[in-house]
Design a binder for this molecule. Sequence first.
Ligand code: G4P
Ligand code: NA
Ligand code: NA
Length: 193
Amino acid sequence: MKELTNRIKTNGRVLGEGVLKVDEFITHQVDPELMEQTGKRFAEVFKDQGITKVVTIESSGIAPAVYAAQALGVPMIFARKSKSLTMDEELLTASVYSFTKQVSSTISISRKFLSAQDRVLLIDDFLANGQAAKGLIELCQQAGAEVAGIGILIEKSFQDGRKLLEDMAVPVVSLARIASLHEGKVSFLEEDA
Ligand code: G4P
Ligand code: NA
Ligand code: NA
């Protein structure tokens, strides 16, 4: 998606260790217009898939996910990383290992929000090693829901996430695909949409 790759070129910053900082428009300060454009693009791509819910994980997946859900006319659910005080219902839970932080954490969604009747579109801001997406897929599987596809804003194609998800037979659509982050420079692959 040209608007997103252009914005990464203008406002993204390469940190060491293969990390792209996008806090000007996604992960801290949020550009609602750009997020709405990405949500609409995901909705366009998945409009014929019978999507009934959009699912993401807090916090940076929420903005694009809510716009995708609005464009598809369905609810958005975000998995929580810590247990909410008022979460007294039965939970779907999965363990997510972060290679970056080298710790596992538990993510959860209330069981009442996902069922075997649902066809889910997963959305996230980054695809790196794919562990967060894998955890979201596990939550959907526990509910008997079908994952119809995954929409990603920024895929770091030099990491293993995309292969992991494709091996699980889930279609992945990334709006920006990064081949490398060498020497402070962002190199792109052809994007999916
Ligand atoms: P994985 O899910 O693909 O395995 O990712 P990993 O554990 O490596 O990533 C942990 C966190 O870092 C995730 O956010 C992920 O979105 C984010 N991340 C991964 N690569 C980059 C990057 O190059 N740049 C930026 N800015 N973030 C990256 P989180 O901390 O779990 O969530 P959030 O609350 O920030 O959304
Ligand atoms: Na995220
Ligand atoms: Na993030």
